[in-house]
Design a protein around this ligand. Structure first.
Ligand code: ADP
Length: 482
């Protein structure tokens, strides 16, 4: 199986996909699947695997795409990597999709066209690599042209699977890029890559892929509607029979409060009182009042429209008056970064904000906060609510996507049957969020209720093995009839 991805943690990560791309192939490898990961040779990867061996030259894949070479290395998990080395496209300072100032790279269609094209090439008998997969598993728009390229190449090929991690990002480019990408003119049609007069990587992928997955059962249903389908709801309804939701797992080794080196104190449920040391450390290091008896709300998030933090910011004055404290770690759009920083200035000692990407602090917030908050407008799967469950930090979440599939609302019935793990609200509005946080704070003040919630959450199985088994079944269902 060939797993194709534009992000691979720890070298290149802009969100959850970087983590998924390291963990899922690792879990498949442990199940005995012969899996390799195809990833662009970004500068950090090229530096980390300086001595990677060249296994194939790809002189001129077609269109105006640059030539490249494939190099092999092995990740610490044991998974072989196929590094797509093309210095002209990938060796730059900055992120996978944007430069250091947050502007999209102007040649993204070529950068990810090449990635898709090489994935398709590897899936055919013409593969330049000494290995041919039965299944090519693509992830998000940067890889989504692979099924289209494979289709237009014709002949025998591997089955394709496309996982949609976030439907909002679609890779839409002007029509003239079709020729640059080396796609035939007839591809620019409703039964091809055309989308409202433009070229869409994701639409092409959704149309041509054999198997289709997304990262939670609820999100799989939501994206088939016109409201949440980002313009692709109709196509997704047509492909409904092929679409399944498989929840992401989490990296249970990196995110384990019993062994986490980023914490001030390590703990598990049997030593849950040690969690308080992390709260104090967090309060102290961020200039919050060091108060055990004031509930501390935590946020770790990309700062974008999707995450609904504008709704949280609007009720911050009410939260401070409860009283509660709020710590927010995030980076993203400037307007949200400024709004979050302004809140911290407005409520010194009550609200702390750190703008930036900080892995260590993310772990400390998961451990040190009492309650985690995720008021997302939509959330395909979400990782942070699973981390927070595991860290005994019950989350307050909006009932959308993977949040709805992983958090069970606390009420008398769910407490009685031992399923309660957090607090769920529905309407994306300040009043609804405030009410849910109010319920959480009341429960937090009741020691026995809170311990029950923590225990239920900490016992959840979010291992990748579970997801990997579901993906294996999907691969087999596609492969068997061929
Ligand atoms: P998304 O993929 O939409 O960003 P997820 O919850 O699925 O959301 O995954 C987010 C991942 O990125 C988590 O591992 C989270 O801890 C991490 N993360 C997000 N923002 C930051 C940040 N500012 N600092 C550290 N880690 C962050």
């Amino acid at each position: 199986m060939l797993f194709v991805t534009p992000e691979l943690a720890p070298w290149m990560k802009s969100g959850g996909l970087g983590d998924v791309s390291m963990a899922l192939p690792g879990a498949l490898h442990r199940l005995g699947v012969d899996v390799r990961v195809l990833v662009p040779g970004y500068s950090p990867l090229a530096a980390a695997f300086e001595r990677a061996k060249t296994v194939a030259e790809l002189p001129h894949p077609g269109g105006v795409l640059a030539g490249a070479r494939l190099r092999t290395a092995r990740a610490a998990s044991g998974v072989p990597l196929l590094i797509l080395d093309c210095p002209e496209y990938y060796r730059r300072p900055g992120g996978a999709y944007q430069d250091a100032r947050g502007r999209d790279w102007p040649d993204n269609h070529l950068r990810f066209g090449l990635l898709s094209r090489v994935a398709a090439l590897l899936s055919t008998a013409a593969t330049p690599a000494p290995w041919q997969p039965h299944v090519v598993h693509c992830n998000d728009w940067p890889t989504a042209l692979a099924p289209a390229y494979a289709h237009y190449a014709g002949g025998a090929r591997a089955a394709t699977v496309l996982t949609v991690h976030n439907l909002a990002f679609q890779g839409i480019f002007p029509p003239h890029t079709l020729a640059e990408l080396g796609l035939p003119p007839q591809a620019f049609a409703i039964d091809g890559v055309e989308y409202y007069g433009k070229l869409s990587f994701l639409k092409g992928g959704l149309f041509f892929t054999d198997g289709l997955a997304t990262v939670s059962p609820t999100y799989a249903r939501e994206i088939q509607t016109d409201e949440s389908g980002f313009g692709l709801g109709g196509l997704l309804r047509v492909r409904s029979a092929r679409l399944i939701g498989i929840l992401n797992g989490i990296d249970t080794a990196a995110w384990n409060p019993a062994t986490d080196a980023h914490l001030a104190a390590r703990y598990d449920f049997a030593r849950i009182e040690k969690k308080a040391l992390n709260k104090a450390a967090l309060q102290r290091s961020l200039g919050l009042a060091v108060e055990a008896e004031v509930p501390l709300l935590g946020v770790v998030s990309r700062l974008t429209e999707q995450k609904g933090l504008d709704v949280l910011a609007a009720i911050a004055p009410m939260l401070v008056r409860l009283p509660a404290q709020l710590v927010m770690l995030g980076s993203g759009e400037k307007r949200f970064e400024q709004a979050v920083a302004a809140l911290a200035r407005q409520f010194p000692g009550g609200v702390a904000a750190v703008i930036g990407f900080d892995e260590r602090l993310a772990h400390l917030i998961e451990a040190g906060a009492d309650i985690f908050v995720m008021p997302s407008r939509y959330e395909p799967c979400g990782l942070n609510q699973m981390y927070s469950l595991r860290y005994g930090t019950p989350p307050v979440v909006r009932a959308t996507g993977g949040l709805a599939d992983t958090v069970i609302d606390c009420n008398p019935a769910s407490l009685a049957d031992g399923s309660a793990t957090g607090f769920v609200f529905h309407e994306l509005a300040g009043a609804a969020l405030l009410a849910a946080i109010g319920r959480a704070v009341s429960a937090w003040r009741d020691r026995s209720v809170w311990r029950a919630l923590q225990k239920n959450g900490m016992a959840q199985d979010f291992s990748w093995e579970r997801s990997a088994r579901q993906y294996c079944a999907l691969y087999e269902s596609l492969f068997a009839p061929r």
